[in-house]
Design a protein around this ligand. Structure first.
Ligand code: CMC
Length: 427
């Protein structure tokens, strides 16, 4: 019979403690009993950036970073990308099972019913300068949605939470398209509920004078990209949604915190940063000098490396395939050549091999978005569109988890000890 405990000897006191181990994890709170003096606070763990701390139990997404495996609710990402629609995946993430026909009809119908946004939001958008960053606008308008739906504050009622999740799924494409059009000074195109989720979004984005000829290959490619981005367990933006949501705030505010986290160049903003990097490199002949700069600590190879994946990001593999299909339609993105060569050189370089740095989801996605007609600063909005189902599923799971409370890390205080106030004339 295995003894699932960890015995800790505190060499400061010579005392021993048996701490239960389950799921290869000990509970940080079990360390609190370890004290030198009775009035000590007790032992804590120190884990900046949560490198080795599980903050929740989750049944949504499984990642094996060493083997490059990603599954949503047990389904391999490769199969979902091949065979599912984005709304099926969103349902799967939220409900735990793939929908049957009737469930999918209801889910799709509920979302379709909520695609419009209050016209006051258009005035709100009008307040942004013409050159406002799309992610700054998106996080602002999504946060503003909370003021339109005060009923969203009632977190106790599961049906009410469902409506708010549907609203966020339904309105994000509308707002994302409005943000796109604001940047271009184009009139807003309203939702068309005869179109499917992706078709409606693309139409609201690109239609001119009510005219838009959809390209089914590009629409499916966009759908696959959204599926690949739909969830990624406890990443920075999802942790932000969970942490902010744990205060009991409405989901619009919590999701807007997630969008803010995604905006950063080390997270979703990396897809934008990759394109800027490829522009900076400019030509294949400049790659060795660029790599040398990265290795000397001057900047990073954007779109490379991952906290969890220590092998090829499975999403990046699939994205490379999508890129081929897209470029067949749009013609080759000239920067692809630089990206492919950059990847080849990096993967053979000792620096990247030793640190297990491989292309991540953001390395090739920007090239596809650009070929589809999206401007560089807009790429992360597409990431947000894809990540919404994951944020919502994780938010819902957090609220239903009896073990969760308001997120509130501890600190090790390193400041001054108590001291007396010094009047200004004596400073
Ligand atoms: N280029 C060059 N060196 C790198 C890179 C990179 N992209 N990423 C990590 N390193 C080095 C880093 O300098 C460190 O080296 P050393 O041990 O000599 O100090 C080592 O590898 C470990 O890096 P780390 O910063 O401790 O790793 P992390 O887990 O904290 O960071 C990361 C993960 C994704 C933030 C980082 O790899 C990075 O900055 N990548 C570039 C930005 C990027 O592509 N982000 C998108 C991530 S995937 C999608 C998403 O989350 O949105």
């Amino acid at each position: 019979m295995p003894n699932d405990t960890l015995t800790i000897t505190d060499n400061r006191t010579g005392r021993q403690y048996d701490v239960p181990v389950s799921d290869d994890t000990i509970r940080a709170m079990d360390l609190r009993q370890i004290k030198v003096k009775d009035d000590d606070f007790g032992l804590m763990t120190y884990d900046p950036a949560f490198m080795n701390t599980a903050a929740c139990r989750s049944a949504i997404t499984f990642i094996d970073g060493e083997r490059g495996i990603l599954r949503y609710r047990g389904y391999p990402i490769e199969e979902l990308a091949d065979r599912a629609s984005f709304l099926e995946v969103a349902y799967l993430l939220a409900e735990g099972e793939l929908p049957n026909g009737e469930q999918l009809d209801k889910w799709t119908g509920d979302i379709r019913y909520h695609t419009y946004v209050h016209t006051n939001l258009i005035k709100f958008l009008g307040g942004f300068r013409y050159d406002a960053h799309p992610m700054g606008m998106l996080l602002g308008v999504v946060g503003a949605l909370s003021t339109f739906y005060p009923d969203a504050k009632d977190l106790q009622n599961p049906e009410n939470r469902y409506i708010q999740r549907v609203r966020l799924m339904a309105k994000l494409p509308t707002l994302a398209a409005f943000v796109f059009r604001h940047s271009r000074g184009l009139p807003y195109e309203f939702p068309r509920n005869d179109l499917d989720y992706i078709g409606n979004y693309v139409n609201m984005t690109f239609s001119i004078g009510g005219q838009h000829r959809p390209n089914p290959v590009l629409q499916r490619a966009l759908e696959i990209l959204l599926i690949l981005h739909a969830d990624h367990e406890q990443n920075c933006s999802t942790s932000a949604v969970r942490a902010v949501g744990s205060s009991g705030v409405d989901p619009f505010s919590a999701i807007s915190a997630g969008i803010a986290a995604l905006y950063g160049p080390l997270h979703g903003g990396a897809n934008e940063a990759v394109l800027r990097m490829l522009d900076e490199i400019g030509d294949k002949k400049n790659i060795p000098a660029f790599i040398a700069k990265v290795k000397s600590g001057e900047g990073r190879l954007m779109g490379f490396g991952h906290r969890v994946y220590k092998s090829y990001d499975p999403r990046a593999k699939l994205i490379k395939r999508v890129a081929d299909e897209v470029f067949e339609q749009t013609g080759l993105n000239p920067k692809l050549e630089i990206a492919v060569e950059l990847e080849r050189i990096a993967l053979e370089d000792e620096y990247f091999i030793k640190r297990k740095l491989y292309p991540n989801v953001d390395f090739y996605s920007g090239l596809i978005y650009q070929a589809m007609g999206y401007p560089t600063e807009y790429f992360t909005v597409l990431f947000a569109l894809g990540r919404m189902p994951g944020w919502l599923a994780q938010w819902e799971e957090m609220l239903q988890d009896k073990e969760q409370k308001i997120a509130r890390p501890r600190q090790i205080y390193t400041g001054a000890d108590q001291r007396a106030f010094v009047p200004i004339e004596s400073r």
